[in-house]
Design a protein around this ligand. Structure first.
Ligand SMILES: Nc1nc2c(ncn2[C@@H]2O[C@H](COP(=O)(O)OP(=O)(O)O)[C@@H](O)[C@H]2O)c(=O)[nH]1
Ligand SMILES: [Mg+2]
Length: 360
């Protein structure tokens, strides 16, 4: 059980705190004692995060990741205080199948960014821990130098719960990292379909990582995923793989002529890199900088952020309204009977819905 907890939790805290990858399942709901709520010193958290104190940032993230209702109010209070200090970072999503080299890339790229004078935060999204068990994200063993660097902050994936819940926690963690002064936020996710779409909705720039395989490179990549990317990186371009990687990048570039690009005014491209030798890392940053310059100039950068925030609001609102409806005692009472009547053909479906809504 201890393994599931983050490095710090308030005294007496239960299993509502979890930040490492664990097998999927229902979030634990352990009643929180008054004591552990009292342990949250909001002023200290606020000033600690603003001062860039990593321990305080860790605690703040632990608070927003909590599944407990009592922590929800505290977390929202903290976010309200810190929101004015957020928004200034560049948010980059990095996706690819396990083994493609995401963590190795983040190690290299993160250190490069730090050398350029940035502070780098790494967050991870892994809603599918039961599918991708073993592919631990935000994996500190692959990011050894980065995790020891003072200018970095690495947070493994929040565990348990559905994708939407994990995404909410990550969005809020982004706000906290930005308030703590991180300039670049790297969000790592495994490529398992839905999670890529979610990460796309969180970031400014989306990097899709690929490696060369046997034969036709394009076979292994879905058009839908390519349409989310701002850059395709063919990793492991080193040793006797360099040429194959270059050919693959060329094939992607050809294919990219025929698909819709993710960002208005930006031509998605493919390039190679080696996370082992560091070749190509600088060029990737140059591409990202060109992207930022271009989209800031056209306003697409700012527009996308606005769209992301309003879409998030609409999603949360819809979710909350649904939750409220289905938890309404009178609805709960009537629902089984109405379901039966529908099943037996005694009530038209639309009538059933309007009856229920009238009672909500
Ligand atoms: N040759 C070579 N191997 C790499 C490169 N990047 C990663 N690897 C290796 O690929 C394996 C998976 O890397 P990892 O970063 O854990 O991939 P992840 O699952 O996508 O995070 C490890 O054995 C790495 O050492 C690279 O650029 N070149
Ligand atoms: Mg990894």
């Amino acid at each position: 059980m201890d393994k599931r907890k983050p490095e710090w939790t308030p005294q007496g805290a239960g299993a509502e705190f979890a930040s490492s990858v664990v097998p999927g399942g229902e979030p634990a709901s352990v009643p929180t004692s008054k004591r552990s709520v009292k342990n949250w010193d909001m002023d200290a958290l606020e000033s600690g995060v603003k001062a860039g104190n990593r321990t305080m940032l860790s605690r703040a993230i632990t608070l927003v990741e909590s599944n407990s209702a009592k922590h929800f109010e505290l977390a929202q209070e903290l976010l309200t205080r810190l929101l004015p200090c957020s928004g200034a970072s560049l948010r980059i999503g990095i996706t690819g199948v396990p083994g493609v080299g995401k963590s190795s890339f983040i190690e290299r790229f993160g250190l490069f960014l730090i050398a350029q004078g940035n502070k780098v935060a790494v967050l991870a999204i892994d809603p599918s821990s039961s599918i991708s068990r073993g592919s631990i994200l935000g994996d500190k063993t692959r990011m050894e130098l980065l995790s020891r660097n003072e200018m970095s902050f690495i947070r493994p994936s929040p565990s348990s719960g559905v994708l939407g819940g994990v995404a909410r926690k990550t969005r809020e963690s982004i706000v906290l990292c930005e308030a703590a002064g991180y300039d670049v936020i790297l969000i790592e996710t495994v490529g398992v379909g839905q999670s890529e779409i979610t990460v796309r909705s969180l970031v400014d720039f989306f990097l899709l990582m690929q490696i060369t395989g046997a034969g036709d490179e394009l076979q292994g990549i879905k058009k839908g995923i390519m349409e989310l990317a701002d850059l395709i990186v063919v990793n492991k371009a080193d040793g006797d793989n360099i040429n194959r990687a270059k050919i693959a990048a060329r094939e992607y570039n050809n294919a990219l002529h025929y698909i819709r690009h993710a960002t208005k005014g930006w031509d998605t491209r493919a390039q190679t890199c080696s996370s082992q030798t560091g070749a190509g890392i600088e060029d990737i940053w140059a591409t990202i900088e060109a992207f930022c310059a271009k989209t800031r100039e056209t306003g697409e950068f700012q527009d996308r952020r606005l769209r992301q925030t309003s879409a998030w609001f609409e999603d949360l609102l819809a979710e909350a309204v649904l939750g409220k409806f289905f938890n309404d005692p009178s609805i709960k009472k009537k629902l089984p009977e109405i379901r039966k009547q529908i099943a037996q053909g005694e009530m038209p479906v639309a009538r059933a819905v309007s009856t229920l809504l009238g009672d909500a």
